[in-house]
Design a protein around this ligand. Structure first.
Ligand code: PRP
Ligand code: URA
Length: 213
């Protein structure tokens, strides 16, 4: 099920996604389970997010006869924003094993909340390339907007953003910076707190994924 649209935002609120998001938010969920859930939710979202992928006809020989099948045409690149976006890659790669994977390193300065870049390596964009930018958290929107700008500067034309939790502030800021990029989220939360965390949210996604707190 999808709820559409809030600006460029589509909320994918399938019952399985809502169920797993509730487990993900739970402070009692272990780092191991958190990792598993992030991967599973990303995989479930992939089904909807890739609905408009282009396909081409191919001949396939079954044990009985030859028929026409379809295969995905064009290239797909997954670009997680480090660190937390990494947790979304495996679930999607299970469904799209040929996807190329790029990486954008950004962290949010604790005082200014501004994104700071430290790494950029993505597959060279071609005309038939579809880029999926991955980050569980869209809070102020600064990190995702900067990552999308870097991707565009590298030549990417067809970009979608997939996140798990989106805050209204982040959705608005991202839509202003990149009105051409669709945003998919598993949940649309209430607001940011005074230090830029999403409420009710799920805490610090990177720390929970990698057990760093
Ligand atoms: C988190 C999250 C996003 C960013 C969102 O990363 O994974 O990248 O914050 O916040 P924003 O929308 O206000 O920019 P963080 O900066 O904590 O880095 P980390 O993943 O390396 O811990
Ligand atoms: N980054 C996170 O990991 N969580 C938030 O709530 C906001 C930014």
């Amino acid at each position: 099920m999808t709820t559409k649209p809030r600006g460029g935002l589509t909320v994918l609120d399938h019952p399985l996604i809502r169920h797993k998001m509730t487990l993900l938010r739970d402070v009692a969920t272990s780092s191991r389970d958190f990792k598993q859930l992030v991967s599973e939710i990303a995989a479930l979202m992939t089904y909807e997010v890739t609905r408009d992928l282009r396909t081409e006809s191919v001949e396939v020989v079954t044990p009985l006869e030859t028929t026409t099948g379809h295969r995905i045409s064009g290239k797909i690149a997954l670009v997680p924003i480090l660190r937390a976006g990494l947790g979304m890659v495996d679930g999607i790669v299970q469904l799209i094993p040929n996807a190329r994977v790029g990486h954008i390193g950004l962290y949010r300065d604790h005082d200014t909340l501004q994104p700071v870049s430290y790494y950029f390596k993505v597959p060279t964009p071609t005309a038939d390339h579809r880029f999926f930018l991955l980050d569980p958290m869209l809070a102020t929107g600064g990190s995702a907007a900067k990552a999308a700008s870097e991707l565009k500067r590298a030549g990417a034309g067809d970009i979608s953003l997939i996140c798990l939790v989106a805050a209204p502030e982040g959705v608005a800021a991202f839509a202003t910076a990149h009105p051409d990029i669709p945003v998919y989220a598993a949940a649309y939360d209430r607001e940011l707190n005074a230090i830029g965390y999403i409420l009710p949210g799920l805490g610090d996604a990177g720390d929970r994924l990698f057990g760093t707190k």
